[in-house]
Write a protein that binds this ligand. Structure first.
Ligand SMILES: NC(=O)C1=CN([C@@H]2O[C@H](COP(=O)(O)OP(=O)(O)OC[C@H]3O[C@@H](n4cnc5c(N)ncnc54)[C@H](OP(=O)(O)O)[C@@H]3O)[C@@H](O)[C@H]2O)C=CC1
Ligand SMILES: O=C1O[C@H](COP(=O)(O)O)[C@@H](O)[C@H](O)[C@H]1O
Length: 508
């Protein structure tokens, strides 16, 4: 890799501390950084380079799973970090930053290749891109890339406006929109599972698959982010981006080549085949929920409306479940059920593929019915794959019981999403970043839901904190003769199976 400079706007913020510095540190330990690599952090507060390095060290000690107490190594790592206080809204401040970067590049004979990473509030994305371009930074002789955090817009129109303003200064190929779900190792593994296993490839279609369920449930509530979340809700925070990305990665067909462009084309085909929702149909296919008070892991949890910073009369969705149809030759007739929520019973992101069960009634009456085969991709926090098959009980003649074959990744060896994504951005590989066309199509599909929610056309169902969401989300599947599959009780002990989910039992 060529030498380069990583310019981090928002280097004193929460994301930098928890994700970005630890990721850079892990890449450093793995010798994946270019030989000539420097980070210039910026923020409004005053800090010397030494203060900044102490801040980076503290962040890495706290948040990297691999901190090594080796002073030489730590010194070598920290010497890459520099700090420049500035206000990003002030064009004159960019000259100071540009001078420091240029001096560093000249002293080290480093090419003027620059990555601008925007870890600041989204309102500042456009102004930073414009000021970079208008300042001395804009006349660098090397390549440039822009890393953007979420949220990318608040709805279809604002996303288009933001994209238009960024595209005045950066080409699409230069923009790397982070969706950290695309950096999760099991999500990156999806294309291998689907396409490198002829057995699965043969089965990956509507002839064999009965339904697909994608769940991202969290036990945490709104935490300290009410200011942002109360305006966003689960539909913007998780559904429009992370969950639709999981849907695309699951439903896409094998690309002609495993290049960023071809993979993106296949993902886009899925979005284009998604059956559009008319506003008047939203209530029939989308369930909207908000958590009330309840219990999480034996501790009382406040209702969403009682959380600090939340409007007492808020109608914001903290839970969304939806039924989607992909109208193409591969998936026609297969419902995709997607749900996400805060303050649910368990933290789990998983994709469950339920296979058709044509032999269910082929066994004589005295036998138990075989359960459907299930393939479960456990994305988070367990990372692995399990396959549920049927087997005959050795002792009981007529007993058919489900058995699970599983593969679980060794948690210590699994890199974090930001590590994989930053490494890709350094190499200029955009496969696991959200392309504008994907982002726009996702907003387009979601927009009628946003409109129906804001017009109060979809009832807001309250659910008790610590449960699996409102009852209506169970009905959504029951209408089609299915039920949600949940992690089995022994998941913490390493068993990755699933079982049919019972209706809203709280986690008391
Ligand atoms: N935190 C998280 O877990 C996640 C965050 N994100 C996204 O990442 C981005 C950053 O979030 P987060 O780190 O939580 O935010 P914080 O509020 O913690 O940090 C904001 C950063 O922006 C800097 N900043 C604010 N205004 C200016 C200004 N006018 N000039 C220069 N610097 C400024 C602050 O510096 P200073 O205080 O020194 O002025 C600070 O470093 C947001 O887009 C967020 O949506 C996305 C996913 C998860
Ligand atoms: O982007 C977000 O993701 C987190 C959940 O991420 P995970 O990696 O822990 O599954 C969510 O809590 C947050 O609200 C959202 O902004």
């Amino acid at each position: 890799m060529d030498g380069m400079t990583f310019i981090l706007f928002g280097a004193t913020g929460d994301l930098a501390k928890r994700k970005i510095f630890p990721a850079i540190y892990n890449l450093f330990l793995d010798e994946k950084l270019p030989r000539a690599f420097a980070v210039f952090g910026t923020g409004r507060r005053d800090m010397s380079d030494e203060d900044f390095r102490a801040h980076v060290e503290q962040s890495v000690k706290t948040f990297s799973r691999r901190w090594e107490d080796d002073r030489d190594r730590a010194g070598q790592f920290l010497s890459m970090f520099h700090y420049c206080a500035m206000d990003v809204t002030q064009p004159q401040d960019y000259g100071k930053l540009a001078q420091r970067i240029r001096q560093h590049e000249q002293e080290g004979k480093i090419p003027e290749n620059r990555i601008y990473s925007l870890s600041v509030a989204p309102e500042l994305f456009g102004v930073i891109a414009s000021n970079i371009s208008a300042s001395e930074l804009g006349s660098a002789t090397g390549w440039k890339r822009l890393i953007i955090e979420k949220p990318f817009g608040h709805d279809l129109q604002s996303a288009r406006d933001l994209n238009r303003s960024l595209r005045q200064f950066f080409d699409e190929e230069e923009i790397f929109r982070i969706d950290h779900y695309l950096g999760k190792p099991m999500v990156q593994n999806l294309e291998v599972l689907e396409f490198a296993n002829p057995i699965l490839r043969t089965l990956w279609n509507n002839q064999h698959i009965a339904n697909v369920q994608i769940t991202a449930s969290e036990t945490v509530g709104v935490e300290e982010r009410a200011g942002y979340y109360d305006k966003a809700g689960a539909i913007r925070d998780m559904f429009q981006n992370h969950l639709l990305q999981l849907l695309m990665m699951t439903a896409m067909q094998m690309p002609r080549q495993f290049s960023a462009r071809e993979i993106r084309n296949e993902k886009i085909k899925v979005l284009k085949a998604l059956r559009p929702l008319r506003q008047e149909d939203v209530a029939a296919h989308v369930v909207r929920g908000q958590y009330g008070k309840g219990w999480i892991n034996g501790k009382p949890a406040a209702a969403y409306r009682d959380e600090p910073g939340v409007d007492r009369a808020s109608n914001t969705d903290t839970f969304v479940a939806a039924r989607l149809w992909i109208d193409n030759a591969f998936w026609s007739g297969v419902p995709f059920y997607i749900r996400t929520g805060k303050r649910m019973r368990e933290k789990s992101t998983r994709i469950v593929i339920e296979f058709k069960n044509p032999l269910r009634d082929a066994y004589p009456v005295r036998h138990e019915k075989p359960a459907p085969n299930l393939l479960v991709i456990h994305v988070n926090p367990y990372e692995g794959v399990s396959f549920q098959l049927n087997s005959k009980h050795p002792g009981k003649h007529s007993r058919i019981e489900p058995i699970t074959m599983e593969f679980a990744a060794n948690a210590n060896d699994v890199p974090e999403a930001y590590e994989l994504l930053l490494y890709d951005a350094l190499r200029g590989d955009s496969t696991f970043f959200a392309h504008w066309e994907e982002v726009e199509l996702c907003w387009k599909w979601v927009q009628p839901i946003l409109d129906a929610f804001s017009d109060q056309r979809v009832p807001l169902h309250m659910y008790e904190a610590g449960t699996q969401g409102p009852e209506t989300a169970f009905r959504l599947l029951e209408e089609d003769g299915f039920s949600w599959w949940e992690l089995n009780r022994h998941a913490e002990e390493g068993t990755l199976g699933v079982r049919r989910e019972a209706l809203s039992v709280s986690g008391i």
